[in-house]
Design a protein around this ligand. Structure first.
Ligand SMILES: Nc1nc2c(c(=O)[nH]1)N[C@H]1C(S)=C(S)[C@@H](COP(=O)(O)O)O[C@H]1N2
Ligand SMILES: [Mo]
Length: 392
C-alpha cells in the first residue's frame, strides 16, 4: 500500500510495523532524498566558499587569489552566508522527514549500520553547530568562549567528512527514492494518519522557506533587496554610507589618529620614510570603486581615493615582489594588521585610502588613512594605518 516506506527492501531501514503505519507519506525517503539533494548543494557551496575565505585570510604557501575582478570575494562570501542560511530550513525539514527513522530498530546493529548511525550523529551535530555559529556570526553575536574562525573551519571538515560517508551509504536509497513516482493514498483506504500531507507540499514548503531565508539576508550584499531583508543586520548605516565594524573608540586610536604628529612609516628593504597626511595628499592620487565585503556577509561598494600602494612603495624604494605588512595604530585587537601578497601590491587599485566618496575619511573608517584593496575580505582592510613594511 504505502510503498514509500516498504519494510522489505534491504536498502530501506527496518521500521516496526506499528510505527510505519503512523508515519505520514511526507515523512518518506522520497522527501528526505529530495530535500537532501538541495541541502547537499547548499552545503557544498557553503563549504567551498568558506575554504576560499579561509585561504585568503590564512594563505598556505600554494594559495593564490587574484586581485580582479574586484567583486569576486563579495560574491563568494555573500554566497557563503546565503547558502548557509538556506541550509537552516532545509536541515529542519530533512530532520523532520527522517525523524521516525532515526529511532528505527536495530538502533546500532551491524558494522555498516553503526557507521551509518555514527555518521548521521556527527553530520547532524556538526551541521547544526556550523549553521548556528555562522548565523550568530552574521549578527556579530559571539556568545561562546572559543575562537570562531578556527572552530568554524575545523568543524567544516568534520561535517564534510560525515556528509561524504553519509552520501556513500545512502546512495542506493536515494536512487530508489528518486525513481519512485509519488504515491497517492486514497482516503479511507488506509489508516487515517497515512494520508497526511503530501510529499510535494513538504518539498515545496522547504524550498519556499529556504527562499524566504535567502531573501531575508541577501540585502546585506544585494542593494536592490535591502528593503525586504529583515535579517540583514548591516545595510549601509554608518558615516559616509558605509557600516562600521569597529569604532575608533573601541580600537582606542582616537587620539593617535588625530595627533598632528601623525606619520605613516613606510619601509622598503633598508629604506624607511615617514609621511604626514599632507605628504600623502601631495603624492599622485588614485580613485577606485571597491567594495568592503565583511566576512560576516554584508558588503557595500564605495568610491575610494588615495595613494596607490605601488606608488607609495615606489616613493621609498624598489619593490621586488614580496608580501607587504600593513599595521594599524590599534594596539590590541585581532584585526590590527594584514599582509598583502604580490598580486594585490601590483594591482593599480590597491590603495592607502585618504578619502571616501570625495570626502576625507571619517575617523570610524580609518582616518588618517586605511588600506583598501580589491577582492579581499573586509577584515583585511586595515584601518588607521601606522606602518607599511615590505617583508624581505
Ligand atoms: N585596525 C582595524 N582595522 C579594521 C578592523 C579592526 O577591527 N581594526 N575591522 C575590519 C573589518 S572586520 C571590516 S569588515 C572593515 C570594515 O570597515 P569599515 O568599518 O570602514 O566599514 O574594517 C576592517 N579594518
Ligand atoms: Mo569584517
Amino acid at each position: 500500500m504505502n510503498d514509500e516506506h516498504p519494510t522489505s527492501t534491504t536498502s530501506e531501514l527496518l521500521l516496526p510495523d506499528a510505527l510505519s503505519t503512523q508515519i505520514s507519506p511526507a515523512r518518506s525517503t522520497a522527501v528526505a532524498a529530495r530535500v537532501g539533494i538541495l541541502l547537499g548543494i547548499a552545503i557544498t557551496i557553503c563549504f567551498l566558499t568558506g575554504l576560499i575565505s579561509h585561504g585568503i585570510q590564512r594563505p598556505p604557501a600554494w594559495f593564490w587569489w587574484p586581485a580582479h575582478p574586484v567583486w569576486l570575494y563579495r560574491v563568494t562570501q555573500g554566497a557563503h552566508v546565503i547558502s548557509g542560511v538556506i541550509a537552516i530550513p532545509l536541515v529542519i525539514v530533512k530532520l523532520w522527514s527522517v525523524y521516525p527513522r532515526l529511532f528505527a530498530r536495530p538502533l546500532l546493529g551491524n558494522p555498516l549500520r553503526m557507521l551509518e548511525r555514527g555518521s548521521i550523529a556527527v553530520l547532524v551535530g556538526s551541521t547544526i553547530f556550523q549553521l548556528v555559529t555562522g548565523l550568530f556570526n552574521t549578527a556579530q553575536y559571539y556568545p561562546w568562549r572559543f575562537f570562531f574562525t578556527t572552530t568554524h573551519y575545523a568543524f567544516a571538515f568534520i561535517a564534510a567528512g560525515a556528509l561524504a560517508v553519509h552520501l556513500a551509504i545512502k546512495l542506493p536509497v536515494v536512487r530508489d527514492a528518486l525513481a519512485r513516482p509519488e504515491v497517492t493514498v486514497p482516503v479511507g483506504e488506509s489508516s487515517t494518519e497515512v494520508a497526511g500531507i503530501s510529499r510535494r507540499v513538504v518539498v515545496g514548503s522547504a524550498i519556499a522557506a529556504a527562499a524566504v531565508a535567502a531573501i531575508a539576508v541577501a540585502g546585506q550584499t544585494v542593494p536592490l533587496l535591502r528593503r525586504v531583508s529583515v535579517l540583514a543586520p548591516r545595510s549601509g548605516t554608518g558615516p559616509q554610507g558605509v557600516p562600521v565594524n569597529r569604532t575608533a573608540a573601541q580600537a582606542g586610536v582616537t587620539e593617535a589618529a588625530r595627533a598632528p604628529s601623525y606619520r605613516l612609516v613606510v619601509t622598503v628593504g633598508e629604506r624607511t620614510r615617514e609621511f604626514s597626511l599632507a605628504d600623502l595628499t601631495a603624492l599622485p592620487q588614485t580613485t577606485a570603486t571597491l567594495p568592503i565585503a565583511c566576512v560576516e556577509g554584508w558588503s557595500v561598494g564605495a568610491e575610494w581615493s588615495g595613494v596607490a600602494v605601488r606608488d607609495l612603495l615606489d616613493a621609498v624604494g624598489t619593490y621586488r615582489g614580496e608580501d607587504v605588512v600593513f599595521q594599524s595604530l590599534e594596539r590590541g585587537g585581532l584585526y590590527n594588521r594584514s599582509v598583502l601578497p604580490q598580486p594585490h601590491i601590483e594591482a593599480a587599485d590597491s590603495l592607502v585610502a585618504l578619502r571616501i566618496g570625495g570626502e576625507e575619511l571619517d575617523i570610524e573608517h580609518g582616518y588618517p588613512c586605511r588600506l583598501i584593496a580589491p577582492n579581499r575580505p573586509g577584515v583585511l582592510q586595515t584601518k588607521w594605518l601606522s606602518t607599511v613594511a615590505v617583508l624581505r
